[in-house]
Ligand binder design. Structure first.
Ligand code: SAM
Ligand code: SF4
Ligand code: SF4
Length: 348
């Protein structure tokens, strides 16, 4: 929890740096309407060129300095992280990171699961510990509508089964619920994953990026979701787990058949405990999902005279001056802020 000065790395609201989310690619094989809508991310969209991406060695250099500053959990995201060529090698390199007591850093990934059936074994062997899979619908046509085509729910389900069989457990499945599109899938998803050990979590649709045309009316609130589930499967609260920005409210199905969660990103801000730093695909640090500007590390990483001490100072400085609490302030805002970055670029 300490940097070289012996002090914990705290931001302006005394929040410690604890989680690092790394976007390994800005590309994706799906076009989810709430994240990379096909109308915007079409054939003409210009993605980052390979030379603009941080190399695995550069990513690990940043991660190592973040660990020195207190990071204890690293999550790989994107875009679709499994599209990054050789991702298992990056997992293996990051799995070598330890804290001061020799304890390995928790290493997780968020994926759409479409390539998982093929990759689960290699990722597990490389040292991946946990996996969150996004699956918004079991119904084929609703899935297609949500994700822009490009895959099918059966393929993701095969991936989830593969993850379970290699021991990447407990698998968490995340569904973003958008009103008028997939709220009819909430109960089928709960039913599908009862008795399987999979933790099904529902995420409130967020106003992230500029491209998804977010409206408050599109949000199905966690309260609505819980009420719906509770009518069919009575729920009991479970003590919260603290995950920083990703704090999920946990609920047990009273009949003992499983656990579900809701992520109240819109209706209940968890900025006061947010301890997450994000590294974009091209090497910028963002201290909030809703930040408009990042701190570039790539130039320093590629400068032959740029040393690790300077890198660590740059990261610590970015965290220490952090004042982000966008979700807390959101309700006071009357209009969408311009110029926000996209989730696919920064890593949801
Ligand atoms: N492609 C991977 C996936 O879909 O899991 C990883 C990247 S994706 C950006 C990470 C997570 O962000 C996914 O669970 C996705 O559903 C979520 N997400 C993206 N846009 C969102 C939005 N507008 N509101 C809520 N969650 C969103
Ligand atoms: Fe791709 Fe994930 Fe965004 Fe869907 S949510 S478009 S799968 S990056
Ligand atoms: Fe953290 Fe920003 Fe989300 Fe608040 S809005 S929880 S500060 S990422």
């Amino acid at each position: 929890m300490h940097d070289h000065t012996g002090e914990p790395c705290l931001d302006n609201f005394q929040r410690p740096l604890h989680d690092l989310r790394i976007s390994v690619t800005d590309r994706c094989n799906l076009r989810c309407m709430y994240c990379m809508p096909g109308e915007v991310f079409g054939r003409d969209f210009v993605f980052l060129r390979h030379a603009e991406l941080l190399s695995f060695e550069e990513i690990v250099r940043v991660a190592r300095q973040c660990v020195a500053l207190g990071v204890r959990k690293i999550r790989l995201s994107g875009g679709e992280p499994m599209l990054r060529h050789g991702i298992e090698r990056l997992v293996e390199m990051l799995a070598g990171l330890h804290d001061d007591d020799g304890k390995p850093i928790e290493l997780a990934m968020t994926s759409n699961g479409t390539l998982l059936a093929k990759k689960a074994r290699a990722l597990k062997d490389a040292g991946l510990m946990r996996l969150n899979i996004s699956l918004d619908a079991l119904d084929e046509s609703i899935f297609r509508r949500m994700t822009g085509g490009g895959s099918a729910p059966e393929i993701v389900l095969e991936g989830i089964a593969a993850a379970q069989s290699v021991g990447l457990t407990p698998v968490k499945v995340n569904a973003v619920i958008k009103r008028g599109v997939n709220e009819s899938e909430i109960l089928p998803l709960v039913r599908r994953f009862r008795h399987t050990g999979v933790i099904m979590r529902f995420i409130e649709y967020m106003d992230v990026g500029n491209t998804n045309g977010w409206r408050l009316d599109d949000v199905v609130t966690a309260r609505e979701i819980l009420a719906l589930i509770d009518r069919e499967h009575p729920l009991a609260p479970i003590a919260p787990s603290t995950e920083g920005e990703g704090v999920a409210e946990r609920w047990a199905l009273r009949d003992g058949s499983g656990e579900i969660g809701v992520i109240t990103s819109v209706t209940q801000a968890f900025c006061h405990t947010c301890n997450r730093l994000r590294l974009s695909t091209d090497g910028k640090l963002y201290t909030c999902l809703f930040a408009t500007e990042g701190v570039d590390l790539r130039a320093l990483l590629r400068d032959p005279s740029g040393d690790d001490a300077t890198l660590r100072q740059r990261i610590a400085a970015a965290w220490r001056c952090r004042t982000d609490r966008y979700s807390q302030l959101r309700h006071e805002m009357t209009e969408t802020l311009p110029g926000r970055i996209e989730m696919s670029y920064i890593g949801g």
